[in-house]
Design a binder for this molecule. Structure first.
Ligand code: ADP
Ligand code: MG
Length: 395
């Protein structure tokens, strides 16, 4: 294949296309490492998405190919779905079918939520995406949610979007093996244009919150440092363990059960490191609530200090920032951003900066210059806009 040829469905599969589905990546406006602590998050679906083109097969095979790995076709049978045999990125696709057919005791008390896939037909799935991988914008949820809505539509499944979010999370946890929360899938499935999704990760109640960025002439810049993060193996697992340790020592099921009035007790009972981890989660939950209230009462121009404080907490208390993220944030803050913070799991990935539209170029140029002066790899900087969640494409 020449380098100018992009792979397409037709170049790989010979079944008839029955539809195309799209699911967005997301950025988290605020609420970091709060999801697995049963807390609050405020992500938005973005105008970067995974698009899948799907063909219907007459057998029970699932096949998947991606522009991400041109020419390679992965295969799995609906009659023998087993996470142990799923290869590489195809686990993000086939894992959804596997998770649909599982009972999901974690997300429901009902016994009969396992979806019956005995009548389901096979699918050819071609995956294409403009969500950068590993930048903290959840290319993983974009792929999972595009597949989940396509399967639900094509197999006529009577399921809700919150249920599909749980299926995506279950698949990512058990088929892929990444211990992530439910935020990414919820944003990708429930997002709305110029809005964020305020999610209570304990009750799974989700509320769409008007951001009002466009009318306020504000834009959200993503500064992808291109420093790679490793979710499943990195400090993420350690941070999760610290949170569990802190909750156990403080006698609660999860850190969600604590608020800022518990900080003094936490400080007296915990070692310094665990205390700082716990303080991040407690104060970050409060910042999410404050951001929602501020958006409603005063509009988006007033949330900058909350974004800034979130970054400080991740840098100093949770210790998941890296020098590149700190530089992106401080440079944006000093050149016109309303507020800025690292976003995503940490240890690399992206920062976000809320900027007046007319400062966008100044901030972008300043960050590029600061990175060059520091000898860091050139970051990728682009604006994102809050977009609608997963949907079937017309035509
Ligand atoms: P992110 O922060 O982007 O979600 P993850 O490590 O959670 O990072 O997920 C990235 C992984 O998702 C990739 O390594 C790949 O396995 C899978 N993935 C994402 N987008 C695609 C795609 N377009 N085609 C195939 N696999 C993809
Ligand atoms: Mg991911």
């Amino acid at each position: 294949m020449s380098t100018t040829d992009s792979p397409t469905f037709d170049g790989i599969f010979d079944t008839e296309v029955v539809g195309r589905w799209q699911a967005p990546g997301r950025v988290n406006l605020i609420g970091e490492h709060t999801d697995y602590n049963d807390g609050f998050v405020l992500p938005l679906a973005i105008d970067r998405a995974t698009t899948i083109t799907v063909g219907r097969r007459n057998d029970r095979l699932l096949r998947a190919s991606s522009s991400f790995e041109p020419g390679v076709v992965h295969e799995a049978s609906l009659d023998a779905l087993d996470p142990a045999t799923l290869d590489g990125w195809s686990a993000y696709v086939f894992g959804i079918a596997w998770a649909l057919a599982k009972k999901l005791p974690e997300v429901t008390t009902s016994d009969d939520v396992a979806i019956d896939l005995s009548e389901a037909f096979g699918l050819d799935i071609f995956v294409d995406s403009d969500v950068p991988v590993g930048a903290g914008l959840s290319s993983s949820a974009a792929i999972e949610c595009s597949v989940a809505v396509a399967m639900a539509d094509l197999w006529n499944l009577d399921v809700t979007r919150p249920f599909l979010a749980s299926v995506g999370q279950y698949s990512e946890n058990h088929a892929v093996g990444a211990p992530t929360g439910i935020m990414d899938q919820s944003a990708s499935l429930l997002g709305r244009a110029d809005s964020a999704v305020f999610l209570d990760c304990r009750s799974l109640d989700a509320e769409v919150i008007d951001l009002g960025f466009a009318p306020a002439s504000l834009e959200l810049l993503v500064i992808d440092t291109r420093v790679e993060h490793a979710h499943a193996t990195g400090g993420y697992v350690e941070r999760r363990a610290s949170c569990e340790k802190g909750a156990a020592a403080l006698g609660v099921t999860s850190l969600r059960d604590l608020d800022v009035s518990d900080l003094e007790r936490a400080e007296s009972l915990l070692d310094d490191e665990t205390y700082r981890r716990v303080r991040h989660v407690i104060t970050e939950n409060q910042r999410v609530l404050d951001t929602v209230r501020t958006l409603r009462e005063s509009g988006p121009g007033a949330i900058g200090a909350l974004l800034d404080a979130s970054h400080v907490s991740m840098r100093d208390d949770f210790e998941i920032s890296v020098p590149e993220l700190d530089l992106a944030v401080s440079t944006a803050q000093s050149t016109g951003a309303v507020g800025a913070r690292m976003t995503g799991g940490g240890f690399g990935g992206a920062a976000i900066a809320l900027v007046p539209s007319d400062s966008r170029e100044t901030v972008t140029a300043a960050v590029l210059e600061a990175f060059a002066a520091a000898g860091y790899r050139e970051p990728t900087i682009f604006a994102v806009h809050a977009a609608d969640g997963a949907h079937r494409l017309e035509g």
